[in-house]
Design a binder for this molecule. Structure first.
Ligand SMILES: *Cc1c(COP(=O)(O)O)cnc(C)c1O
Length: 381
Protein backbone atom coordinates (compact mmCIF):
# COMPACT_ATOMS: atom_id res chain seq x y z
CA UNK A 1 0.00 0.00 0.00
CA UNK A 2 1.30 3.48 -0.86
CA UNK A 3 0.26 5.54 2.19
CA UNK A 4 -1.04 9.07 1.91
CA UNK A 5 1.73 10.39 4.12
CA UNK A 6 4.88 9.14 5.82
CA UNK A 7 7.19 11.18 8.02
CA UNK A 8 10.85 11.18 6.96
CA UNK A 9 12.97 10.56 10.04
CA UNK A 10 16.73 9.91 9.87
CA UNK A 11 19.91 10.28 11.92
CA UNK A 12 19.57 13.95 12.89
CA UNK A 13 16.33 13.40 14.83
CA UNK A 14 17.70 10.30 16.62
CA UNK A 15 20.88 12.12 17.57
CA UNK A 16 19.09 15.22 18.87
CA UNK A 17 16.49 13.26 20.85
CA UNK A 18 19.23 11.10 22.41
CA UNK A 19 21.03 14.27 23.48
CA UNK A 20 17.88 15.58 25.20
CA UNK A 21 17.09 12.27 26.89
CA UNK A 22 20.64 11.90 28.16
CA UNK A 23 20.61 15.46 29.53
CA UNK A 24 17.60 14.68 31.73
CA UNK A 25 16.24 18.15 30.90
CA UNK A 26 13.09 17.42 28.94
CA UNK A 27 10.80 20.37 29.58
CA UNK A 28 10.47 23.21 27.09
CA UNK A 29 12.20 26.51 26.32
CA UNK A 30 15.71 25.07 26.38
CA UNK A 31 18.44 24.60 23.76
CA UNK A 32 16.48 22.92 20.95
CA UNK A 33 13.37 25.06 21.43
CA UNK A 34 15.58 28.16 21.10
CA UNK A 35 17.43 26.73 18.09
CA UNK A 36 14.14 26.04 16.29
CA UNK A 37 12.80 29.52 17.09
CA UNK A 38 16.05 31.18 15.98
CA UNK A 39 16.01 29.16 12.74
CA UNK A 40 12.63 30.59 11.75
CA UNK A 41 13.41 34.11 12.97
CA UNK A 42 16.62 34.23 10.93
CA UNK A 43 15.49 32.42 7.79
CA UNK A 44 12.12 34.13 7.35
CA UNK A 45 12.60 37.39 9.26
CA UNK A 46 9.95 37.08 11.99
CA UNK A 47 10.48 39.45 14.93
CA UNK A 48 9.90 36.57 17.37
CA UNK A 49 8.88 32.90 17.17
CA UNK A 50 7.51 30.78 20.03
CA UNK A 51 7.34 27.02 19.64
CA UNK A 52 4.03 25.50 20.77
CA UNK A 53 2.60 22.01 21.18
CA UNK A 54 0.53 22.49 17.99
CA UNK A 55 -0.62 25.01 15.42
CA UNK A 56 -3.97 24.82 17.22
CA UNK A 57 -2.26 26.16 20.36
CA UNK A 58 -0.51 28.89 18.36
CA UNK A 59 -3.90 29.99 16.96
CA UNK A 60 -5.37 30.02 20.49
CA UNK A 61 -2.47 32.22 21.60
CA UNK A 62 -3.16 34.54 18.66
CA UNK A 63 -6.82 34.93 19.66
CA UNK A 64 -5.83 35.76 23.26
CA UNK A 65 -3.10 38.18 22.15
CA UNK A 66 -5.48 40.12 19.90
CA UNK A 67 -7.98 40.41 22.80
CA UNK A 68 -10.73 38.75 20.82
CA UNK A 69 -13.84 38.72 23.02
CA UNK A 70 -17.57 37.93 23.03
CA UNK A 71 -19.40 39.55 20.13
CA UNK A 72 -16.29 40.27 18.09
CA UNK A 73 -16.46 39.10 14.51
CA UNK A 74 -13.65 37.27 12.75
CA UNK A 75 -13.61 36.59 9.01
CA UNK A 76 -12.04 33.36 7.77
CA UNK A 77 -12.57 30.77 5.03
CA UNK A 78 -15.23 28.08 5.52
CA UNK A 79 -12.95 25.61 3.79
CA UNK A 80 -10.36 25.12 6.53
CA UNK A 81 -9.38 22.96 9.47
CA UNK A 82 -11.56 23.22 12.57
CA UNK A 83 -8.76 24.76 14.67
CA UNK A 84 -8.73 27.95 12.59
CA UNK A 85 -12.25 28.68 13.85
CA UNK A 86 -12.13 27.00 17.26
CA UNK A 87 -9.34 29.25 18.53
CA UNK A 88 -11.55 32.32 18.06
CA UNK A 89 -14.84 30.65 19.06
CA UNK A 90 -13.17 29.79 22.40
CA UNK A 91 -12.82 33.57 23.05
CA UNK A 92 -16.52 34.10 22.24
CA UNK A 93 -16.14 35.41 18.69
CA UNK A 94 -18.71 35.05 15.94
CA UNK A 95 -17.23 33.65 12.76
CA UNK A 96 -18.09 35.13 9.37
CA UNK A 97 -17.22 32.37 6.97
CA UNK A 98 -16.00 33.47 3.54
CA UNK A 99 -16.29 31.44 0.38
CA UNK A 100 -13.32 29.97 -1.47
CA UNK A 101 -12.19 31.36 -4.78
CA UNK A 102 -13.50 29.62 -7.92
CA UNK A 103 -9.82 29.04 -8.82
CA UNK A 104 -8.56 27.37 -5.66
CA UNK A 105 -9.66 26.71 -2.05
CA UNK A 106 -8.17 29.98 -0.73
CA UNK A 107 -10.56 32.73 0.36
CA UNK A 108 -12.13 34.71 -2.47
CA UNK A 109 -10.83 38.20 -1.75
CA UNK A 110 -13.62 39.76 -3.84
CA UNK A 111 -16.19 38.72 -1.23
CA UNK A 112 -14.42 39.88 1.93
CA UNK A 113 -15.30 43.58 2.06
CA UNK A 114 -19.04 42.84 2.17
CA UNK A 115 -18.48 40.78 5.37
CA UNK A 116 -16.83 43.61 7.32
CA UNK A 117 -18.99 45.29 10.00
CA UNK A 118 -18.36 47.58 13.00
CA UNK A 119 -17.71 44.47 15.09
CA UNK A 120 -15.12 42.91 12.79
CA UNK A 121 -11.80 42.61 14.57
CA UNK A 122 -9.64 40.30 12.48
CA UNK A 123 -9.30 38.43 9.22
CA UNK A 124 -7.69 35.00 9.31
CA UNK A 125 -6.28 33.76 6.02
CA UNK A 126 -5.35 30.16 5.29
CA UNK A 127 -2.77 29.52 2.58
CA UNK A 128 -4.26 26.24 1.41
CA UNK A 129 -1.75 23.67 0.13
CA UNK A 130 0.96 26.26 0.77
CA UNK A 131 -0.35 28.41 -2.10
CA UNK A 132 -0.45 32.07 -1.10
CA UNK A 133 -3.67 34.05 -0.82
CA UNK A 134 -3.73 37.39 -2.63
CA UNK A 135 -1.98 39.28 0.18
CA UNK A 136 -1.72 42.71 -1.50
CA UNK A 137 -5.48 42.85 -1.75
CA UNK A 138 -6.00 41.53 1.77
CA UNK A 139 -3.48 43.81 3.49
CA UNK A 140 -4.92 46.82 1.69
CA UNK A 141 -8.41 45.94 2.95
CA UNK A 142 -7.18 45.22 6.49
CA UNK A 143 -5.36 48.57 6.55
CA UNK A 144 -8.39 50.45 5.26
CA UNK A 145 -10.69 49.01 7.99
CA UNK A 146 -8.02 48.79 10.72
CA UNK A 147 -8.32 45.01 11.16
CA UNK A 148 -5.79 42.51 12.48
CA UNK A 149 -4.55 39.85 10.07
CA UNK A 150 -3.61 36.37 11.26
CA UNK A 151 -2.13 33.93 8.77
CA UNK A 152 -2.93 30.30 9.47
CA UNK A 153 0.19 29.23 7.60
CA UNK A 154 -0.01 25.66 8.94
CA UNK A 155 0.61 24.31 5.43
CA UNK A 156 2.71 27.19 4.18
CA UNK A 157 6.16 26.82 5.74
CA UNK A 158 8.90 27.86 3.28
CA UNK A 159 6.42 29.22 0.75
CA UNK A 160 6.12 32.80 -0.45
CA UNK A 161 4.03 35.55 -2.02
CA UNK A 162 5.91 37.62 -4.62
CA UNK A 163 9.13 36.54 -2.89
CA UNK A 164 8.08 37.44 0.69
CA UNK A 165 7.83 34.41 3.01
CA UNK A 166 4.30 33.46 3.99
CA UNK A 167 3.72 34.19 7.64
CA UNK A 168 5.35 37.63 7.29
CA UNK A 169 2.20 39.58 6.36
CA UNK A 170 -0.11 39.39 9.38
CA UNK A 171 0.59 40.79 12.85
CA UNK A 172 0.70 37.08 13.74
CA UNK A 173 1.03 33.81 11.87
CA UNK A 174 1.17 30.14 12.75
CA UNK A 175 2.92 27.01 11.45
CA UNK A 176 2.13 23.36 12.13
CA UNK A 177 4.59 20.52 12.62
CA UNK A 178 1.94 17.82 12.76
CA UNK A 179 3.06 14.52 11.24
CA UNK A 180 1.25 15.36 7.98
CA UNK A 181 3.09 18.65 7.38
CA UNK A 182 6.35 19.23 5.42
CA UNK A 183 8.51 19.09 8.57
CA UNK A 184 7.28 17.50 11.76
CA UNK A 185 7.84 17.08 15.48
CA UNK A 186 4.97 14.59 15.79
CA UNK A 187 2.72 17.28 17.18
CA UNK A 188 4.00 20.84 17.26
CA UNK A 189 3.52 24.39 16.07
CA UNK A 190 5.00 27.88 16.00
CA UNK A 191 3.54 31.28 16.73
CA UNK A 192 5.33 33.85 14.55
CA UNK A 193 5.08 37.45 15.74
CA UNK A 194 5.66 40.28 13.27
CA UNK A 195 4.29 43.10 15.43
CA UNK A 196 7.01 43.75 18.04
CA UNK A 197 4.49 45.29 20.44
CA UNK A 198 2.95 41.84 20.92
CA UNK A 199 6.16 39.97 21.84
CA UNK A 200 6.33 40.58 25.60
CA UNK A 201 2.72 39.58 26.23
CA UNK A 202 3.05 36.55 23.91
CA UNK A 203 5.87 35.20 26.08
CA UNK A 204 3.66 35.54 29.16
CA UNK A 205 0.64 33.81 27.58
CA UNK A 206 2.98 31.04 26.34
CA UNK A 207 4.18 30.29 29.91
CA UNK A 208 0.83 29.95 31.75
CA UNK A 209 0.40 33.70 32.15
CA UNK A 210 3.70 34.16 34.00
CA UNK A 211 6.91 36.02 33.24
CA UNK A 212 8.95 32.83 33.57
CA UNK A 213 10.61 33.42 30.19
CA UNK A 214 11.96 36.79 31.34
CA UNK A 215 13.01 35.10 34.61
CA UNK A 216 14.92 32.39 32.70
CA UNK A 217 16.82 35.17 30.89
CA UNK A 218 17.71 36.70 34.25
CA UNK A 219 15.63 39.84 33.63
CA UNK A 220 13.56 39.47 36.84
CA UNK A 221 14.52 37.72 40.08
CA UNK A 222 11.21 35.85 40.58
CA UNK A 223 8.31 35.05 38.34
CA UNK A 224 4.71 36.11 38.86
CA UNK A 225 1.26 35.44 37.46
CA UNK A 226 0.62 38.47 35.21
CA UNK A 227 -2.08 37.56 32.69
CA UNK A 228 -4.19 34.70 31.36
CA UNK A 229 -2.29 31.99 29.54
CA UNK A 230 -1.84 28.26 29.31
CA UNK A 231 0.75 25.54 28.88
CA UNK A 232 1.41 26.34 25.25
CA UNK A 233 5.11 25.53 25.03
CA UNK A 234 6.37 22.27 23.58
CA UNK A 235 8.79 19.87 25.27
CA UNK A 236 12.47 19.71 24.32
CA UNK A 237 11.89 16.22 22.91
CA UNK A 238 9.55 17.67 20.26
CA UNK A 239 11.95 20.54 19.58
CA UNK A 240 14.84 18.06 19.18
CA UNK A 241 12.89 16.16 16.52
CA UNK A 242 11.91 19.37 14.75
CA UNK A 243 15.45 20.71 14.72
CA UNK A 244 16.60 17.46 13.09
CA UNK A 245 14.04 18.10 10.36
CA UNK A 246 15.11 21.73 9.96
CA UNK A 247 18.72 20.64 9.48
CA UNK A 248 17.63 19.05 6.18
CA UNK A 249 14.78 21.39 5.26
CA UNK A 250 16.31 22.32 1.90
CA UNK A 251 16.57 18.69 0.83
CA UNK A 252 13.04 17.83 2.01
CA UNK A 253 11.54 20.84 0.24
CA UNK A 254 13.38 20.18 -3.01
CA UNK A 255 12.11 16.60 -3.19
CA UNK A 256 8.54 17.52 -2.23
CA UNK A 257 8.43 20.24 -4.90
CA UNK A 258 9.78 17.80 -7.52
CA UNK A 259 7.01 15.33 -6.67
CA UNK A 260 4.39 18.09 -6.88
CA UNK A 261 5.67 19.16 -10.31
CA UNK A 262 5.79 15.56 -11.54
CA UNK A 263 2.10 15.11 -10.66
CA UNK A 264 1.26 18.45 -12.22
CA UNK A 265 2.94 17.66 -15.53
CA UNK A 266 1.42 14.18 -15.69
CA UNK A 267 -2.13 15.31 -14.90
CA UNK A 268 -2.33 18.66 -16.69
CA UNK A 269 -3.43 16.99 -19.99
CA UNK A 270 -6.54 15.68 -18.18
CA UNK A 271 -7.42 19.24 -17.19
CA UNK A 272 -6.96 20.33 -20.79
CA UNK A 273 -9.54 17.68 -21.76
CA UNK A 274 -11.91 19.00 -19.08
CA UNK A 275 -11.81 15.76 -17.05
CA UNK A 276 -10.41 17.11 -13.77
CA UNK A 277 -8.72 20.21 -12.34
CA UNK A 278 -5.14 20.45 -11.12
CA UNK A 279 -4.10 23.18 -8.63
CA UNK A 280 -4.00 26.72 -9.93
CA UNK A 281 -0.96 28.58 -8.60
CA UNK A 282 -1.54 32.27 -9.39
CA UNK A 283 1.55 34.12 -10.63
CA UNK A 284 2.18 35.67 -7.21
CA UNK A 285 2.24 32.33 -5.37
CA UNK A 286 5.13 29.91 -5.05
CA UNK A 287 4.32 26.29 -4.22
CA UNK A 288 6.10 24.56 -1.34
CA UNK A 289 5.33 20.94 -2.18
CA UNK A 290 2.98 20.62 0.76
CA UNK A 291 0.03 18.97 -0.89
CA UNK A 292 -1.06 17.90 -4.37
CA UNK A 293 -4.78 17.86 -4.97
CA UNK A 294 -7.09 17.28 -7.88
CA UNK A 295 -10.69 18.45 -8.22
CA UNK A 296 -13.15 15.97 -9.75
CA UNK A 297 -16.39 16.89 -11.56
CA UNK A 298 -18.64 15.62 -8.73
CA UNK A 299 -18.74 13.70 -5.48
CA UNK A 300 -19.58 10.34 -7.11
CA UNK A 301 -16.59 10.55 -9.40
CA UNK A 302 -14.43 11.29 -6.37
CA UNK A 303 -15.82 8.23 -4.55
CA UNK A 304 -15.13 6.06 -7.61
CA UNK A 305 -11.59 7.44 -7.82
CA UNK A 306 -10.91 6.76 -4.12
CA UNK A 307 -12.12 3.16 -4.57
CA UNK A 308 -10.17 2.64 -7.79
CA UNK A 309 -6.94 3.90 -6.18
CA UNK A 310 -7.57 1.86 -3.02
CA UNK A 311 -7.91 -1.28 -5.20
CA UNK A 312 -4.50 -0.48 -6.70
CA UNK A 313 -2.95 -0.02 -3.27
CA UNK A 314 -2.93 3.80 -3.24
CA UNK A 315 -4.30 5.83 -0.36
CA UNK A 316 -5.87 9.10 -1.56
CA UNK A 317 -7.95 11.20 0.81
CA UNK A 318 -10.49 14.01 0.60
CA UNK A 319 -10.10 17.03 2.86
CA UNK A 320 -12.22 19.51 4.82
CA UNK A 321 -15.94 19.48 5.35
CA UNK A 322 -16.75 23.20 5.06
CA UNK A 323 -17.21 24.55 8.59
CA UNK A 324 -20.38 26.60 7.93
CA UNK A 325 -22.15 23.26 7.33
CA UNK A 326 -20.71 21.50 10.39
CA UNK A 327 -23.05 20.18 13.12
CA UNK A 328 -21.50 22.69 15.56
CA UNK A 329 -21.72 25.80 13.43
CA UNK A 330 -24.53 25.38 10.89
CA UNK A 331 -27.22 27.00 13.08
CA UNK A 332 -24.77 29.80 14.05
CA UNK A 333 -23.88 30.53 10.42
CA UNK A 334 -25.74 33.43 8.80
CA UNK A 335 -27.14 31.20 6.08
CA UNK A 336 -25.12 32.47 3.11
CA UNK A 337 -24.58 29.89 0.38
CA UNK A 338 -20.83 29.31 -0.15
CA UNK A 339 -20.76 27.43 -3.46
CA UNK A 340 -17.01 27.11 -3.91
CA UNK A 341 -16.32 25.91 -0.36
CA UNK A 342 -19.07 23.32 -0.84
CA UNK A 343 -17.64 22.27 -4.19
CA UNK A 344 -14.20 21.60 -2.66
CA UNK A 345 -15.86 19.75 0.24
CA UNK A 346 -17.41 17.36 -2.28
CA UNK A 347 -14.85 17.07 -5.04
CA UNK A 348 -11.27 17.74 -3.86
CA UNK A 349 -8.96 14.74 -3.53
CA UNK A 350 -5.40 14.69 -2.17
CA UNK A 351 -2.79 12.32 -3.62
CA UNK A 352 0.11 10.77 -1.66
CA UNK A 353 3.03 13.18 -1.23
CA UNK A 354 5.98 12.55 1.08
CA UNK A 355 9.76 12.75 0.91
CA UNK A 356 10.39 9.06 0.26
CA UNK A 357 7.76 8.67 -2.49
CA UNK A 358 9.68 7.59 -5.60
CA UNK A 359 9.31 8.89 -9.17
CA UNK A 360 8.07 5.42 -10.18
CA UNK A 361 5.36 5.57 -7.52
CA UNK A 362 4.31 9.06 -8.63
CA UNK A 363 4.08 7.86 -12.25
CA UNK A 364 2.08 4.82 -11.15
CA UNK A 365 -0.35 6.95 -9.12
CA UNK A 366 -0.78 9.42 -12.02
CA UNK A 367 -1.40 6.50 -14.41
CA UNK A 368 -4.08 5.07 -12.10
CA UNK A 369 -5.74 8.48 -11.75
CA UNK A 370 -5.95 8.57 -15.56
CA UNK A 371 -7.28 5.05 -15.85
CA UNK A 372 -9.97 5.76 -13.24
CA UNK A 373 -11.01 8.87 -15.21
CA UNK A 374 -11.08 6.90 -18.47
CA UNK A 375 -13.27 4.20 -16.89
CA UNK A 376 -15.66 6.90 -15.74
CA UNK A 377 -15.74 8.48 -19.20
CA UNK A 378 -16.48 5.19 -20.93
CA UNK A 379 -19.21 4.25 -18.39
CA UNK A 380 -20.89 7.62 -18.89
CA UNK A 381 -21.02 7.29 -22.70
C1 LIG B 1 -2.73 21.15 10.16
C2 LIG B 1 -3.53 22.40 10.23
C3 LIG B 1 -3.90 22.99 11.46
C4 LIG B 1 -3.68 22.33 12.77
O1 LIG B 1 -2.38 22.02 13.07
P1 LIG B 1 -2.02 21.23 14.41
O2 LIG B 1 -0.56 21.44 14.53
O3 LIG B 1 -2.40 19.81 14.18
O4 LIG B 1 -2.79 21.84 15.53
C5 LIG B 1 -4.56 24.20 11.44
N1 LIG B 1 -4.89 24.81 10.29
C6 LIG B 1 -4.58 24.28 9.10
C7 LIG B 1 -4.93 25.02 7.85
C8 LIG B 1 -3.90 23.05 9.03
O5 LIG B 1 -3.61 22.52 7.83
Amino acid sequence: MIPFNKAYISTEEHRNVAEVLESGKLSGNRKFTRKCQAFFEEKYGFAKCLMTTSCTDALEMAAILLDIGPGDEVIMPAYTFVSTANAFVLRGANIKFADSSPQNPNMDMEGIEALITDRTKAIVVVHYAGLACDMDKLMQLAGQYNLFVVEDAAQAIDSNYKGTPLGRFGQLSTFSFHETKNVTSGEGGMLNINDKKLVARAEVIWEKGTNRTAFSRGEVNKYDWLDIGSSFLASEINAAVLFGQLEKLGMIQERRKDIWTRYYVALLPLQEKGLLEVPVAPGYAAQNGHLFYIVLPDRNKREQMIRHLEDKGIKAVFHYLALHQSPYYRDKHDGRYLPNAERYTNTLLRLPLYFELTDEEVDFIAKEVKSSIMEQVSVNK
